[in-house]
Every structure is written in C-alpha cells, then in structure tokens.
Design a protein around this ligand. Sequence first.
Ligand code: UTP
Length: 299
Amino acid sequence: MVIHKAVIPAAGLGTRFLPATKSTPKEMLPIVDKPAIQYVVEEAVAAGLNDVLMITGRSKRTLADHFDAAPELEATLEAKGDLARLELVRASTDLADVHYVRQGQPKGLGHAVLCAKHHIGNEAFAVLLGDDLIDARDPLLPDMLKLQERTGGSVIALLEVEPDQINPYGCAAAVPLEGGGLDEVRITGLVEKPDAADAPSNLAIIGRYVLNPAVFGVLETTGPGRGGEIQLTDALATLAGMPAEQGGGVYGVVFRGRRYDTGDRLDYLKAVVRIAADRPDLGPDFRNWLAEFVPSLHT
Ligand code: UTP
C-alpha cells in the first residue's frame, strides 16, 4: 500500500526559543519569509504525502490560519493587482489536505504521535518534526519510504555527529543492513539523549520517521521515560526487538545532506542565512552584504 499520510507534531512548548514562542508556536517562526512549518509540509507533499495531520497544542490558531484561505487579504491583493503576492498567499492554502488534532498536554513526542492513531488507522505513515528542516535540495523521505516498503518495518533518519555532540539527540546502535545500500542500517538498540560516555554510537536520530502502525500499540504501553515524557525513541527501541509478523523491525537511513534544527537559536540563524544567501531574489544583495560584514568580524 502506498504511503500517503504524514503526521507533523507541533505541540511542544519551544522553551529554547522563549520569549518568541510564548504565544507563537516555534514552527511558525519565519525562515526568511516563510514559516518553518510550510517548508516541512512542502517536503511531505514533494514525497507524495498529501494527507497531513498536524498535532497542535496551545496557539493552534496561527498554524491553522496559515494553511487556510485568507479572503480579506486575498481580495485586497487582487484589487491592487498584486498577483505575485496573491499567489504566495494561496500557495499554502492549496498545498495539502491538512487536518488538526490537539495534544492537550505536551506529554512528549511519543504521546503526540499516539494522538494520530485514529486518523492513521492501520497503515504505515510518515512523521516529520515541525522544527526540523531538511533542505529541499537533499531529499531524504523518498529513500526512507522505499526502505519501509522493502522491509515492512519502521525507518528512522540518522545523522553522524561528533561523538561529544550526541547528548541532545536520540542515539542508535546499528549494524549494516544485509543486502542494503551504503547508507542503510538495521537498528539493534536506541537510547534517548545519552551522555557521550554511554552512547552506543555517533548516530543521532533526526526528525523524520516512517512508521509501521504497530507503533501505536507499543506507545499505549510505553511509560514516561527521559524527562518524564513519553518518548518515541523508547517505543522504537521496543519495536526494534519485535518480530516482523507483529510489525517489528527498525531500520535507518544515514542522511548526508543539509538539515537545520529550527527550534535551536543558533541552528535557526544558520538556516536563515544559508537559505537567504541561496535565494535568487534576495541572495545576490545579501551575499554582497555578507562579504563586507564577515571580514569586519575579525578586525
Ligand atoms: P522538542 O523536544 O524539540 O520540542 O520536540 P519542545 O519541547 O517544543 O522544545 P524545547 O526543548 O522546549 O525548546 C520535538 C518535536 O516534537 C514536538 C515538538 O513540537 C517538536 O516538533 N512535540 C514535543 C510535541 O508535539 N508534543 C510534545 O509533547 C513534545
């Protein structure tokens, strides 16, 4: 069965980005002139996932409004004949079939994914974290979808980090996948945010998953883990040890492209600078300015 549903958890508190995220979800922060979440929905649609379920919490309105029609704004732009901006406004409305469910309390990423159970039913689906931005020029999801189709299990995305940088991430113990490609692995164990000394590898879990629906049954019996939150990583560790007939087996794709954690202030700034510098409209002027500004930092 072809996977066509994506879940985007966007109900976290975003405490690393306060006070900006006091009343605005971090997923709505602009990367140049487009909210981070729109890049994520565009990535899902580009991979054939047109049915998008957003897990929202407080301040759901701004997220839902962004993917809804804006009749007054559209009428004003139309009256002015500003067709280019009208097209930009309508692009997010027409992008995908977007649904919403509220998480109630932010009890963790695993709990957020469990909120999607009724919408997803008994089919495999993708999860894209709303604050994790994969550069559109380095597509990752298509490889993950293919690996899920081949194995029938669940697939996670992995990034090689410096060993002392593993602590903010979930970490995977992995072996090469028999008969698999160079960047494909089989997961033998997972641990959430380990200290560098206890980490089983330097493979960090990043915010893209393609999951077998067996994950819901596992999440229902997964208690609070690290930080008192229901962790998706803990449920995946259980799935990795389950037989294939029960929907078990977890695999990984090692990602080597450009990726930004837009919920982290420094990574957010890097994303804005890189994407602005590459934009055909703003890039030339911005790069000229950067070329003057950067040397002045060293004087
Ligand atoms: P993070 O741990 O990065 O999100 O969760 P956070 O808690 O919002 O961030 P900080 O650390 O306080 O700044 C990863 C993803 O999971 C979602 C977040 O919205 C983010 O996309 N999430 C997390 C939920 O949807 N619900 C939760 O209960 C927790």
